[in-house]
Design a binder for this molecule. Structure first.
Ligand SMILES: Cc1cc2nc3c(=O)[nH]c(=O)nc-3n(C[C@H](O)[C@H](O)[C@H](O)COP(=O)(O)OP(=O)(O)OC[C@H]3O[C@@H](n4cnc5c(N)ncnc54)[C@H](O)[C@@H]3O)c2cc1C
Ligand code: FES
Length: 276
């Protein structure tokens, strides 16, 4: 007889409490798991539609908040299209959390320079909430976020309130292309990465977004004086098992699901195809 408690692929049920439309193809789902789940910002979970399939996502909510979890999910293909059809009252499966967390202890006393692109702001939202929990432990908290257009900005209702958390929190958003509804900065996110007022020697940078954005943001950060071990990347490699068994997520000698998804850049910089 199979003991489900020992089955690494067993999931627990979670009820969909709320669905918020962020953009035309991104929604935030608030889930209430049937058991308490304790994750740390940066870790990911597998969301399962029983009988259909599963996909990995990083919770985007505060890791200190008990009872519910948020997932911000872009409709990309088969599973995510069906997840987007979920309504309050529906049930999904959850397994995890898996992988590495952001090393908050190493960030303490430092200037934390966060760079996000598109739906990559989801794990960074969890990171920001974790930093805000102990806001005075960090010298500065700076977010630079890029979206394709104003219609593609996620968390529109709350992003403008983050700078009010403390005087040393600074948030700037840029859109790749402008339109009549956007009076902010226009240009790729790399155009708003600047070090004025930043003590690079006492800073860390955390980058999450589409691979091409992560690549050019990392190179720009290095041009600005960040060293390879000061840059942390969230590597969203294609995953299957999520638990270091199948090899789908290999990056050189590492498995992104087990040794990542959060990697310091110096650990992976020489490995092939890290930006694919
Ligand atoms: C650790 C981790 C955390 C993630 N967190 C989030 C999140 O918070 N929010 C979110 O919207 N997405 C996140 N993703 C990406 C998400 O898992 C994929 O979009 C999803 O698996 C696509 O499944 P699908 O069946 O809908 O698409 P498929 O039909 O499998 O594929 C559709 C398209 O999406 C691409 N794709 C598939 N898997 C990935 C992937 N892992 N990364 C990038 N592109 C992919 C395929 O190449 C294809 O072009 C995360 C991925 C990982 C590995
Ligand atoms: S997803 Fe299977 S080994 Fe990482």
């Amino acid at each position: 007889m199979i003991n489900c408690k020992k089955n690494p692929y067993a999931f627990i049920n979670a009820e969909v409490l709320k669905v918020a439309e962020e953009t035309s193809n991104i929604k935030t789902f608030t889930l209430k798991p049937s058991e308490d789940i304790s994750f740390r910002a940066g870790q990911f979970m597998d969301v399962t539609l029983p009988g259909v399939g599963e996909a990995p996502f990083t919770p985007s909510s505060n890791h200190d908040h008990k009872g519910t979890l948020d997932f911000t999910i872009m409709s990309a293909g088969r599973v995510t299209k069906l997840i987007h059809q979920l309504k309050p009252g529906d049930t999904v499966g959850l397994r995890g959390p898996y992988g590495t967390k952001y090393p908050l202890d190493l960030f303490k006393g430092k200037e934390v320079f966060i760079v996000g692109g598109g739906v990559g702001l989801a794990p960074l939202r969890a990171l920001l909430y974790a930093l805000f929990n102990e806001v005075n432990d960090y010298k500065k908290i700076i977010l630079r976020y890029g979206a394709r257009s104003s219609g593609d900005i996620v968390y529109k209702d709350e992003i403008g309130t983050w700078k009010d958390r403390a005087d040393h929190v600074d948030v700037l958003v840029s859109c790749d292309v402008g339109d009549a509804s956007w009076s902010g900065h226009v240009g790729l996110v790399t155009t708003i990465l600047k070090t004025e007022g930043l003590d690079v020697n006492n800073a860390v940078s955390i980058v999450c977004g589409p691979p091409i954005m992560m690549k050019f943001a990392t190179f720009k950060l290095m041009d600005l004086g960040f060293k390879e071990d000061q840059i942390y990347l969230s590597m969203e490699k294609n995953m299957s098992c999520g638990i270091g068994k199948c090899g789908h997520c290999r990056i050189g000698p590492y498995y992104a699901c087990k040794d990542g998804p959060v990697f310091p850049y110096d650990k992976i910089k020489d490995l092939p195809n890290i930006w694919d």
